[in-house]
Design a protein around this ligand. Structure first.
Ligand SMILES: Cc1ncc(C[n+]2csc(CCOP(=O)(O)OP(=O)(O)O)c2C)c(N)n1
Length: 562
């Protein structure tokens, strides 16, 4: 069957099971959009900014477990996606980004709307392609999806020159992808796993440290089984929230700069750290030399290049986290664990004491405390919502006070920390998980970075909720200025702010506001019950800070407390 490049592309998207594309048209991709109009099986979500398309594809991928897809034009369309691509890359999110390109004959000639997007995104994609011949198009798309979703997932970009999209060729669905230089190891080495089990048997004070990798490979059940079976407390990275139930008695809370006292203390004191699907980001380790100083460290990861990268590891395990944990569970079942409860008692008692003496806490006041908004949101949703966040204090309070129960239910720009992520990601998540309550927890700064996407939510009847913790500041930067720059608030206060209620209404969404603590629950209730996009503006204490806090570069044991 002879087909045009644009039609081949759509056939291949169908082959890969794509039901939704987030995008924005332009000259270089107009032919793809023309073909898309006839293609009823693919739903296109027209965003208002290409950064929104990339974040929405990311949110969709995290909520649905499928590959997120976005489609944009050449030049500015492509460059506008870069923040979204970099964010997905840092968080290992499977995505395929389709960019238009000028015709092949014009590439390198400074043609209208030409950029070298392949060059620009080389450091922030798992892989990228420029398709120069329509005969390679189908296979390239197949490879792009394979690479995006296999091994350590990530974003893959495919640049599509206009003449390639318009050219015609014979179309056959390509066979299975076999790449000589790319062969992820899924099955871990049994010798290494035996070493892990031996270490667990010897440990008096073990901790499991789980990361985004656990959620990405859906290894949460295996992780929970191991922790409960051997009574090992669990902490996680920001990306790892939801990989272990945030309501379990063994849950320590998040680790690192804004981690809980007991998580930071437990890792600092433990004698065995079983790290699964983490990359030891500096926000987690603090001063590397003093990170888990007494522990034997196990690192399980599908990406061999991530092992030993930041922290020396005693037992490396290269493999899929779910498979590795399942095999460890099998080995554990074969061993006798006599007197385990007695052995664990002192350690669990110590952990509990840390929790009792230094819990997460804040002072209630006449004004609304941001932590109170999140706590009330958690109570009202029963934890049954997908939470996306912006970046800053809002993100940290969400991580601390919303007890995430499942993978894919906490969607945040973890590695890159991109303000403007939360709203488009929430839109993507709402498309990927229809019928689920999706709430973007936002700061008044971050929400203004992609607030135009409210129009997208309204156009497609996506009932996302935005909870703005409105402190009138770029709060997280203000907090650093307060603590480390003698309160010199250089350019962190918003002298002028929009009326978020009116702004929501102008976009066709619902706007609500709470100014006092006793209005918080009723506004949240009204917002959550409403089946339309809603913006809830909570006027909160302007100078509230996030605690605990580990100053940058300090050991995680050295926390500033409230
Ligand atoms: C795109 C981008 N620009 C700048 C920053 C640096 N930054 C990190 S947190 C923050 C303040 C965020 O303020 P706001 O969204 O109001 O949230 P709050 O901290 O007050 O909750 C800034 C400017 C960033 N993370 N992303």
């Amino acid at each position: 069957m002879k087909l045009k490049g644009a039609d081949i592309l759509l056939k291949m998207l169908q082959e890969e099971g794509v039901d939704t594309v987030f995008g924005y048209p332009g000259g270089a991709v107009i032919d793809i959009y023309d073909a898309l109009m006839e293609e009823k099986s693919i739903n296109h979500v027209l965003v208002r900014h290409e950064q929104g398309a990339a974040h929405a594809a990311d949110g969709y991928a995290r909520a649905s477990g499928k590959v997120g897809v976005c489609l944009v034009t050449s030049g500015p369309g492509a460059t506008n996606t870069v923040t979204g691509i970099a964010s997905a890359y840092m968080d290992s999110i499977p995505m395929v980004i389709l960019t238009g390109q000028v015709p092949t004959a014009l590439i390198g000639n400074d043609a209208f709307q030409e950029v070298d997007i392949v060059g620009i995104t080389r450091p922030c994609t798992k892989h990228n392609y420029l398709v120069k011949d329509v005969r390679n198009l189908a296979r390239t798309i197949k490879e792009a999806f394979h690479i995006a979703r296999s091994g350590r997932p990530g974003p893959v970009l495919v640049d599509l020159p206009k003449d390639v999209i318009n050219a015609t060729t014979q179309f056959n669905v390509p066979g299975e992808v076999k790449l000589k230089t790319y062969n992820p190891t899924y099955k871990p080495n049994i010798k290494q796993l035996n070493k892990v089990v031996d270490l667990i048997a010897k440990a008096q004070k073990p901790v499991i440290f789980s990361g985004g990798g656990v959620s990405l490979c859906q290894g949460h059940r295996e992780l929970t089984e191991l922790a409960r079976k051997l009574q090992i407390p669990v902490t996680s990275t920001l990306m790892g929230l939801g990989g272990f139930p945030g309501t379990d008695p063994l849950w320590l809370g998040m680790l690192g700069m804004h981690g809980t006292f007991r998580a930071n203390m437990a890792v600092s004191e433990c004698d065995l750290l079983i790290s699964v699907g983490v990359r030891f980001d500096d926000r987690v380790t603090g001063k590397v030399d003093e990170f888990a100083p007494n522990a034997k460290i196990v690192q399980i990861d599908i990406d061999p290049t991530s092992i030993q990268k930041n922290v020396p590891v005693h037992v490396p395990v290269v493999g899929d986290c779910k498979i590795s944990l399942a095999e460890i569970n099998t080995l554990v079942d074969k061993k006798k664990w006599e007197g385990l409860e007695e052995t664990r008692k002192p350690w669990l008692a110590q952990v509990d004491e840390w929790k009792q003496t230094t819990p997460l806490a804040y002072q209630q006041a006449e004004v609304i405390k941001p932590q109170y908004v999140i706590e009330t949101l958690y109570d009202l949703t029963g934890g049954d919502a997908i939470i996306s966040t912006e970046v800053g204090q809002n993100q940290m309070w969400a991580a601390q006070y919303y007890h995430v129960k499942e993978p894919g239910h906490f969607i945040t720009s973890g590695g890159l920390g991109a303000m403007g992520f939360g709203l488009p990601a929430a839109i993507g998540a709402q498309v990927g998980a229809p019928g689920t309550t999706v709430v973007d927890i936002a700061g008044d700064g971050s929400i203004q970075m992609n607030i135009q996407e409210l129009a997208t939510a309204v156009q497609y009847n996506l009932p996302v909720k935005v909870v703005i913790l409105n402190n009138g500041f770029l709060g997280m930067v203000r907090q650093w200025q307060e603590l480390f720059y003698k309160r010199r608030y250089s350019s962190t206060q918003f002298v002028h702010a929009p009326d978020f209620v009116k702004l929501a209404e102008a976009y066709g969404a619902v706007g609500l506001r709470a100014k006092t603590p006793d209005e918080v629950a009723s506004v949240l209730r009204e917002g959550l019950e409403c089946n339309r996009p809603v913006v809830m503006d909570f006027v909160v204490e302007p100078e509230e800070s996030v605690y605990p806090m580990v100053p940058a570069g300090a050991p995680i044991k050295k926390m500033l407390l409230v």
